[in-house]
Design a protein around this ligand. Structure first.
Ligand SMILES: Nc1nc2c(ncn2[C@@H]2O[C@H](COP(=O)(O)OP(=O)(O)O)[C@@H](O)[C@H]2O)c(=O)[nH]1
Ligand SMILES: [Mg+2]
Length: 332
């Protein structure tokens, strides 16, 4: 074993309680000079505060997620376990960062919206972005087994991140509308594509050729007439993505109001969501959440896929405010 000349009993001196003293001992004036000699390198760091008064969006996205989904046997086109795991990880992020007022997720991505008046990390872009994507990724791995049971992680997943600033409420709403339009378009396509491949034995190339140039109404019609599937009856989580918001909920037991992050499967287009949740854009205090009546058609994840479908009216979505009554995660 190498012996340290200054500290022959190396193990004792490296104990935490001795560490400070040991460090002080070796600080000589020449080392202090060296320290100040090197210190100028700090000046190479650039300040990166996000512009004031702007909504700060941190979007994380799975890197090479198609391969990850394949390697872990994800159900095509939508894997409920995978989507719920994404939402679990995103919930962790909202619980940690109280200045995130809304998050929106679909497929392998989540967007986290920081209040436009946040001063968290002095609005430093790198700090906000890296801590969000880091906590998201570690939470995804941490909760993996709770959602995938015996299926072991084959390799560590990676998520990338970016920051985008939106100066107006309209810009922010349009951003969220853009991400939601993405899931509308992709999910209708993927549902039809995989129905052709998995249920009719089409090759990928043949299914692609069949769908090339088709409009939404045509894909709806293929699903209905060839597979007896009304696209509007597909789970809203698949069609609309997941919106996470913070509400005050009565805790069963002591009846106290506590902050809870709740998932909604709802349209962000139009006025309804923003009218029902004015505190988000208005930067107001949290609202008390009143769960929908039991048996209301707001609770929609238990869609009976076996019931006879009625012909879809449009490719567009149905009710505006759909919330799945999953066990909320509380934080107090
Ligand atoms: N089978 C399956 N694949 C999914 C699911 N969610 C996301 N993916 C995959 O993840 C990809 C996400 O798109 P994108 O970020 O553009 O692809 P990436 O560059 O491979 O990460 C999709 O194209 C799917 O291949 C899911 O629920 N089931
Ligand atoms: Mg990706």
């Amino acid at each position: 074993m190498l012996r340290n000349r200054l500290y022959p009993d190396f193990r004792t001196s490296m104990k935490a309680k001795n560490f400070g003293a040991a460090r002080r001992d070796i600080r000589t004036s020449s080392e202090q000079m060296a320290k100040s000699k090197f210190e100028y390198v700090k000046e190479f760091e650039s300040p990166d505060p996000c512009l004031k008064n702007c909504w700060i969006v941190v979007r994380i996205d799975g890197k090479g997620f198609s391969r990850f989904a394949e390697a872990h046997g994800y159900v095509k086109p939508n894997d409920i376990r995978g989507l719920n795991l994404m939402t679990r990880a995103a919930t962790n992020v909202l619980e940690e960062y109280r200045d995130i007022c809304l998050a929106y997720g679909q497929s392998d991505e989540y967007s986290f919206i920081f209040r436009k008046d946040t001063d968290h990390f002095k609005r430093r872009a790198s700090k906000l972005m890296t801590t969000v994507v880091s906590l998201f990724t570690s939470s995804f791995v941490y909760h993996w087994t709770a959602f995938f049971g015996p299926i072991r992680l084959q390799y560590p997943p990676t998520f990338d991140a970016r920051i985008v600033l939106y100066p107006t409420d309209k810009n922010l709403r349009d951003y969220l509308g853009w991400r939601q339009a993405d899931v509308h378009v992709n999910n209708l396509y993927n549902t039809t594509f995989w129905a052709l491949v998995l249920k009719k034995g089409f090759s990928n190339a043949k299914a692609e050729e069949r769908l090339r140039g088709t409009l939404a109404a045509e894909k709806n019609e293929i699903l209905f007439s060839e597979f007896g599937l009304n696209y509007n009856n597909e789970p809203p989580m698949f069609r609309k993505g997941t919106v996470l918001v913070r509400k005050l909920c009565k805790t069963p037991g002591d009846g106290k109001l506590r902050q809870v992050v709740l998932p909604f499967y709802t349209d962000l287009f139009g006025e309804t969501f923003w009218r029902e949740n004015p505190e988000i854009l208005g930067l107001k205090s949290l609202q008390v959440y009143h769960p929908p009546e039991e048996n209301s058609n707001n609770v929609n994840m238990n869609v009976d896929q076996n019931k006879s479908p009625s012909r879809p009216e449009t490719a567009a979505s149905t009710s505006a405010s759909e919330h799945q009554s999953s066990a909320p995660s509380t934080d107090n």
